[in-house]
Ligand binder design. Structure first.
Ligand code: M6R
Length: 611
């Protein structure tokens, strides 16, 4: 977690750092800070809270200089405070460090350093790094960093400066993401590409256990042992505007409206002409032969990506008829799952950097499974470590609440299940064409849903007055109910739960009392009657039911509920790609109605790179 940036060049580094941090605030916003070489040496400014607080502080006390590092924090060790904010320094204040990740053995290192007389001022794990580098320094900052990190265990991406060598910026990556941006007479580091995209499109992506030494004119890449490495430079083809709000009030609203494009982009080039099949040319390890050998599938992910995996389970099971399990990544490794070389493990991650998901991927590989990644970030850790990757072309997702990444993951699962069924002869041409035609219609159907945002705003404003709310559904509608509930909790802070509608009577019905809002998803023809019975059970106890259903069922359902939102009709198993949209909008407007910070909900961060 946390975001780091660094700059070395002729510009005013304070501006570059603040700009980069503003792009990284989604990674944490408990505090922010920068360190810059000025005429008076290495100077630091920090401020608790949002980046805006640091910017205000810098207006009064600016830092002028062309070399600096910056950090935006999501607190892990030590509460949000000025002392615990980065950059951290050593006792002489000659070294400065920004860090993203966790140092697992920091307590023992801290005790050792304290026994050597080193004073600590923060509660963070990071501070040990600055003291270790200072201790190891004998005139060469690169060697000092290399020696210092041999003592530490954990995950870290670092930016390091020392006043003794003001023309060098050292960056290290060990299990936390880091990219290097290449400019003309200037160079950059960042936790991700958008952080530096305004200044350069040319980047190197560091691998684990690699480091970079930046001067104004050059970047030297090496392993953490000091062996020189060469790396192909990537030229990024999205522009800085793509990562901006583009006229919307919030990134989340923009990203909700970008979904038709994200669906089209994720399908683009992957549908055969005449809808005769699916092309997934990126699958190299998962050949037809290997696909035929797969006996079971594990889908592993966190949060919203996990919910996409629940839908993925149904899609694959229905198309391929082999057992599929979906697991929360943080639980997966610890339940000692039965993974064999005939297991396909699919890891799903928007960022491709989620620590729990990455750990699950590594465990799956260790056990000899084939690993397929579904991710939104080309070059992310998950993409690089998986055997094969299906990229979701949703574009950068900035809002903490995931929307377009989730629905693009659904599209990826649809493509995969149809491709697999086709390649292994499980689906005939006519059925394939029928399914692909339904998929192709989804973007336009989403557009029509988005035109009804005002109706959903009204519903959301009513819901925002409540403290508790339930979502119910059956089959894939239940999976979507779980995503709707997470979205609402995450940004509106309204307590909500999602239940399999048939399960209510086994306990939860006790919570239904007069006026409690219940959102019911009713899109599955085979389950409509059962859903209506469950809705009646809720209404008999005073619940107020708002249904999300489709045209085919609207007449029947509307008679049983208090309000209805009608979706266009699609195939039953594709419905999550439509039914989640009203739930995203309800969450967005409920959060707005409650005066919350929609894009940066409390206690959360976009990219969770700690376990
Ligand atoms: O980047 P990832 O897809 O691996 O992230 C997983 C979760 O942290 C993420 O989906 C989270 O649940 C979202 N903030 C929910 O909106």
């Amino acid at each position: 977690m946390c975001g780091i940036v660094g700059y070395i060049g002729a510009r005013n580094s304070q501006e570059v750092l603040l700009d980069g941090l503003s792009k990284l605030e989604y990674r944490g916003y408990d505090s922010a800070g920068i360190a810059v070489f000025t005429n008076e040496g290495l100077q630091i400014r920090k401020a608790q809270g949002r980046l805006a607080n640091l910017a205000t502080r810098l207006e009064d006390e600016p830092l002028a200089g062309g070399v600096g590092i910056g950090h935006t924090r999501w607190a892990t060790h030590g509460k949000p405070s000025d002392e615990n904010s980065h950059p951290h320094t050593d006792a002489t204040m000659k070294f400065s460090v920004v860090h993203n990740g966790i140092i697992e053995n920091y307590m023992e290192l801290k005790e050792e350093l304290m026994a050597q007389g080193v004073p600590f001022i923060s509660e963070t794990d990071t501070e040990v790094i600055s003291h270790l580098i200072a201790r190891e320094y004998d005139g060469d900052i690169v060697k000092a960093v290399q020696r210092a990190i041999t003592y530490i265990r954990g995950a870290f991406a670092l930016g390091v400066l020392t006043e003794y060598e003001p023309d060098r910026l050292v960056a290290v990556r060990c299990a936390s993401p880091l990219v290097i941006g290449i400019g003309e007479g200037e160079n950059f580091i960042g936790s991700d590409i958008p952080a530096i995209l305004q200044y350069t499109r040319r980047v190197y992506i560091l691998n684990d256990n690699e480091m970079a030494v930046l001067t104004k004119e050059a970047v030297e890449l090496m392993t953490i042992e000091g062996n020189s490495i060469s790396r192909e430079m990537i030229v990024v083809d999205w522009d800085a505007m793509t990562a901006e709000k583009g006229g919307y009030d919030h990134f989340m609203l923009k990203e909700i409206h970008e979904q038709p494009k994200a669906y089209r982009d994720t399908m683009r080039g992957r549908l055969q002409e005449g809808l005769s099949g699916v092309k997934l040319t990126e699958l190299k390890v998962l050949t037809n032969e290997r696909l035929r050998e797969i006996r079971n599938v594990h889908i592993v992910a966190c949060g919203t990506a996990y919910h996409a995996g629940l839908v993925g389970r149904t899609l694959i099971e229905q198309a391929i008829r082999i057992p599929v399990e979906t697991d929360v990544a943080s639980e997966y490794r610890y339940r000692n799952p039965i993974i064999t070389p005939e297991t396909l493990v699919i890891v799903v991650s928007q960022s491709g950097e989620t620590a729990d998901t990455l750990a699950a991927l590594r465990e799956a590989k260790r056990c000899g499974a084939a690993v397929l990644a579904i991710t939104n970030v080309v070059g992310s850790s998950v993409a690089r470590e998986a055997d094969d990757t299906i990229v979701t072309w949703a574009g950068p997702e900035i809002a903490v609440a995931s929307t377009k990444a989730y629905t693009s993951q659904l599209i990826a699962f649809m493509l995969l299940s149809l491709y697999w069924a086709e390649q292994t002869g499980r689906m005939g041409a006519a059925e394939l064409r029928h399914q692909l035609a339904a998929m192709e219609a989804l973007p336009e159907q989403v557009e029509s849903i988005l035109t009804q945002a005002d109706e959903l705003k009204r519903v959301a404003e009513e819901m925002a007055a409540h403290d508790n709310l339930f979502f119910i559904g059956r089959g894939v509608d239940y999976a979507v109910a779980m995503e709707g509930s997470l979205k609402l909790k995450e940004i509106s802070y309204i307590h909500s739960e999602a239940y399999a509608a048939g399960e209510l009577k086994h306990g939860t019905l006790a919570l239904i009392e007069e006026g409690i809002p219940v959102i019911a998803l009713v899109t599955q023809s085979s389950l409509v009657e059962k859903m209506i019975s469950n809705i009646k059970e809720v209404k008999a106890r005073g619940g107020v039911v708002y249904a999300v259903t489709d045209k085919a069922h609207a007449e029947l359902v509307s008679k049983a509920v208090d309000g209805t939102f009608v979706l266009p009709t699609t195939l039953a198993h594709l419905s999550p790609a439509l039914s989640v949209i009203p739930l995203q909008l309800i969450s967005y407007y409920a959060s707005l109605a409650r005066g919350n910070d929609v894009d940066k909900p409390r206690n959360l961060a976009k990219s969770v790179t700690v376990e």
